[in-house]
Design a protein around this ligand. Structure first.
Ligand code: AMP
Length: 223
């Protein structure tokens, strides 16, 4: 059965870290709407210019813009056998658009990473990303062996401009107001599994992997 796997959680919960690993494990393309916007930003496309002000302010890019971009991406051949979404949907309107798009025979699985707010600002604001492979390090919790260099591929590490404490707090408020209603949305449809994201990345990964194994629970076929 073909699956759309959705990673849900506040900024700093570990979605990106887990999404990269899980996608590799499942052999599915990892589609991060934040990464797609950052690519557009660095290529200075019209879409990048439009998204920039929203991203820098920690606000959501308007639904119709994100939905168009995402649907363009998932129309590619590599997504025909399923995909893993990281950072989409972020509003109920986005979730509704996605469910309308998924045809019969597709299963939707939503994995929510639950982490208390107190831990999130420190986690997100210490984050270091690899320019080449997207691997995520942390200044305090997962410092690279060599300063500024990715442990996995030797690429250059950088800090996202929206990973400063003030913008992270705004992103957290946006999450609570606009994205957290998705917990109820997917919960009511029995498509949601919640994982305690405050443990080590390996422990969280094992839980996620178990849930997605053939005997894992939940998930519901889209009719
Ligand atoms: P992320 O890398 O997922 O934290 O996304 C970075 C930023 O990109 C967000 O703070 C938003 O400004 C924008 N963004 C990414 N995904 C979405 C989405 N599904 N809806 C609206 N804005 C998004």
């Amino acid at each position: 059965m073909t699956s759309a796997v959705i990673m849900l959680g506040p900024p700093g919960a570990g979605k990106g870290t887990q999404a990269v690993r899980l996608a590799a494990e499942l052999g599915l393309p990892h589609i991060s709407t934040g990464d797609l916007f950052r690519e557009n930003l660095s290529n200075e496309t019209d879409l990048g210019k439009l998204a920039k002000t929203y991203m820098e302010a920690g606000k959501l890019v308007p639904d119709e813009v994100v939905i168009d971009m995402l649907f363009g991406r998932v129309a590619a051949d590599d997504c025909g056998g399923g995909y893993l979404l990281d950072g989409f949907p972020r509003t109920v309107a986005q979730a509704e658009a996605l469910s309308e798009r998924l045809s019969d025979g597709w299963t939707t699985r939503t994995l929510q990473l639950d982490v208390p707010d107190e831990a999130l600002v420190e986690r997100a604001s210490g984050r270091l990303l690899c320019k080449d492979c997207g691997n995520i390090h942390h200044e305090k919790y997962k410092a690279p062996a060599v300063d500024g260099v990715c442990d996995a591929c030797g690429g250059e590490l950088y800090k996202r401009t929206d990973d400063n404490a003030e913008t992270v707090m705004e992103r957290l408020a946006v999450y609570h107001n606009e994205t957290s209603p998705l917990i109820q949305y997917y919960g009511e449809r029995e498509m949601l599994d919640v994982v305690d994201g405050s443990r080590t990345p390996d422990e969280v990964f094992e839980d996620l992997r178990g849930l997605l194994s053939p005997s894992g629970t939940s998930g519901q076929e889209v009719s």
